[in-house]
Structure formats: structure tokens, C-alpha cells
Design a protein around this ligand. Structure first.
Ligand code: ADP
Ligand code: MG
Length: 318
């Protein structure tokens, strides 16, 4: 029996592409290398690892390719684009980690799992989609896409030449279709990349079959469900800040260290964490501990190892 602690790591966008970068393959591999150096350290400290990641910039770029390439080849819908990014990013992690461990003479199985995530067809977000995806458009371009493709489009910037974007629903995830496969791989001592980009949203039809949906799932929410389903010990959310903060952006701003679930819930209710960024992270971190996890951690990539050992970051415990 493998008694090592299992960590589910949710990697933020900056682990693969920095905000200022275009997203060339060289840039992305460089970032993945920096991330994998930390993962190798965690492995050396004796943690079992499942890695999940965002896919916003990659999916955005692929959507532009669908859009621009549709005169030549059929464009792919959002669920397929999600699957494509899981393969793309999964490959970069597999390749980089295999090379790193290979150089150390370690033979560790590493694989990425294309992952479907269950959402409910009647999720309220399907009635009023709010998550912007893909390229920006002029009002005229947006209206054409609305008519011809049935896209829901919204003006997402007050002023700009191209302030319109397609918006898609961001439903609540409630199950990971491949969690048994992921668990089996972990039991076989593999490092697994799973549920990338929040997972491919699927719904269950009345006959029990699954169908993909044009939606996007928050990766921190899906990461929490995954961590629960594989009975992880620790849920580690890595982003571009060392701590979650209260009074964020105000003169009396304060970084949070080790806090209880009750304290985290109080701060969340008081509105200290912004919706769409830190809010879903803290909410997911709370849910994991409430569901029986040992602890959730929110910190930056460079602090990750210290935080796992209890020396840094925002740590939420019972
Ligand atoms: P990721 O790609 O890692 O999911 P996000 O941009 O979604 O990154 O979330 C991280 C960001 O959350 C930080 O860069 C920070 O700007 C923002 N943020 C919002 N509220 C807070 C808070 N209370 N404390 C710290 N950061 C916060
Ligand atoms: Mg985010």
C-alpha cells in the first residue's frame, strides 16, 4: 500500500503562458519547464501528484484558428476545442516531466487523461451565459455570428474598437467521468494530468448516454471535485500571488496564512475575494476541506514546495 500523500494541484494560467506573452510553443514549453521543476521537487519529497490546469489562452487561440480556418476545413465546437487543449498541454507536461525524470535516471509513468466533467443540463448558467471566450469582435461581426452560428454575444468592454465577445455558460461541475481511470493510474504510481481546462463539459441524457456541451467549467471548481473523487489529502491551488488577501487592494490589505474553514467562509461571505479569480479558488478550497480533505492551499508556483511543508501560502484547515 502506497502511504504517500496525494496532492491534486490546480495550475493557474501563468504556469503555461505569462500574461505578456504571445503563447509561442517555445514560450509555453519554457513556462511548463519552470512548473515541472517544482513538480519534480514535490515528487522527491514523497507526494503523489495529480495535475490539473487552466486552458484559457490556448482555447482562445484555437478558437481563432477555427474561426479563420473555416473556409478551408470544418470548424470544431467548444467541447472538441477543450479536448484538443487537454492533449496539447498534457503532451507538454508529459514530455517535460519524462525528460526531467529521465535525466535523473528515474522511471516514473506519466500520462495525461482526456477528461469529461458532468454538469447539469438545467444549470442556471445555461440561461444567462457569462464567460467570455475566443476573439473580440466589432458589433457588426458579433451580430453576424449571432445570426449565422447561434452564438450568444455580449459587449464585454465599455469602449474599444472590438468590444464584443462570444459568451458561453460556466455550469457547476458535479462529477468526473474518468475518475476511476485516474485513480487506477495513481495506484499504479503514475503522475497524472487530468481535467485540464476544467474538463470537457458533458451532460447525461435520459438514456444514460453523455453529450458534450458548448460551455466552460471553472478549473478550480472542477479541481475540487476531482480531488474529492480521488480522495486526495491536499488540494493545492497555484496562481500568481503568494496568498489570498483580505481587504485586497486597500491600505489595510493583509495576507492570510493558516486559517480555519470557518474563518475562510466568513471572509468569503464578507466579499474579500473577487468573483472570477480568487473567489472560486477560496470557495473550492473550503469545499475540499469540508468534504473531508486534510487541507487546501492557495499560493504561487515558486512557494508551492514551502507551502506543502506548511511554511508559506494561505492554508485552509478544519
Ligand atoms: P489563475 O489563472 O491562477 O486562475 P486568476 O487571475 O483567476 O488566476 O486569479 C488570481 C488573481 O486573483 C490574482 O492575480 C489577484 O489579482 C486576484 N485576486 C482577487 N481577489 C484577491 C484577493 N482577495 N487576494 C489575492 N488575490 C486576489
Ligand atoms: Mg482563474
Amino acid at each position: 500500500m502506497d502511504k504517500r500523500k496525494l496532492v491534486v494541484i490546480a495550475l493557474g494560467g501563468n504556469a503555461i503562458k505569462q500574461a505578456k506573452e504571445k503563447g509561442t510553443v517555445e514560450e509555453q514549453f519554457k513556462n511548463v519547464e519552470i512548473t515541472c521543476e517544482q513538480l519534480v521537487k514535490m515528487n522527491a519529497l514523497g507526494y503523489k501528484l495529480i495535475i490539473t490546469h487552466g486552458n484559457g489562452p490556448q482555447a482562445g487561440n484555437l478558437l481563432i484558428q477555427q474561426e479563420e480556418g473555416k473556409k478551408l476545413v470544418p470548424p470544431m465546437p467548444l467541447d472538441i476545442v477543450g479536448a484538443m487543449t487537454q492533449g496539447q498541454i498534457g503532451y507538454m507536461f508529459q514530455n517535460t516531466l519524462q525528460n526531467f525524470f529521465g535525466q535523473k535516471g528515474k522511471n516514473i509513468p506519466i500520462t495525461a487523461v482526456v477528461t469529461q466533467v458532468l454538469v447539469k443540463k438545467d444549470d442556471p448558467d445555461f440561461n444567462d451565459p457569462s464567460k467570455p471566450v475566443g476573439p473580440f469582435y466589432t458589433e457588426e461581426e458579433a451580430k453576424i455570428l449571432e445570426k449565422e452560428k447561434g452564438y450568444i454575444v455580449k459587449k464585454v468592454k465599455p469602449t474599444s474598437e472590438k468590444p464584443w465577445r462570444r459568451v458561453v455558460p460556466s455550469p457547476e461541475p458535479f462529477g468526473i467521468v474518468e475518475s476511476n481511470c485516474i485513480q487506477a493510474l495513481v495506484d499504479a504510481r503514475a503522475i497524472v494530468v487530468a481535467s485540464g481546462g476544467g474538463g470537457i463539459p458533458v451532460m447525461k441524457n435520459s438514456d444514460g448516454t453523455l453529450s458534450g456541451l458548448e460551455a466552460v467549467i471553472d478549473k478550480d471548481k472542477a479541481g475540487n471535485i476531482l480531488a474529492q473523487e480521488v480522495n486526495a489529502d491536499i488540494f493545492l491551488i497555484l496562481t500568481d500571488v503568494e496568498n489570498a488577501k483580505i481587504n485586497y487592494g486597500k491600505p489595510d490589505e493583509k495576507a492570510l496564512g493558516t486559517i480555519t474553514v470557518a474563518e475562510a467562509e466568513k471572509y468569503l461571505e464578507e466579499g474579500h475575494f473577487l468573483a472570477g479569480s480568487m473567489g472560486p479558488k477560496v470557495a473550492a478550497a473550503i469545499r475540499f476541506v469540508k468534504a473531508g480533505g486534510e487541507k487546501s492551499i492557495i499560493t504561487s508556483l515558486s512557494n508551492a514546495v514551502d507551502a506543502l511543508e506548511g511554511r508559506s501560502g494561505t492554508i485552509i484547515t478544519k
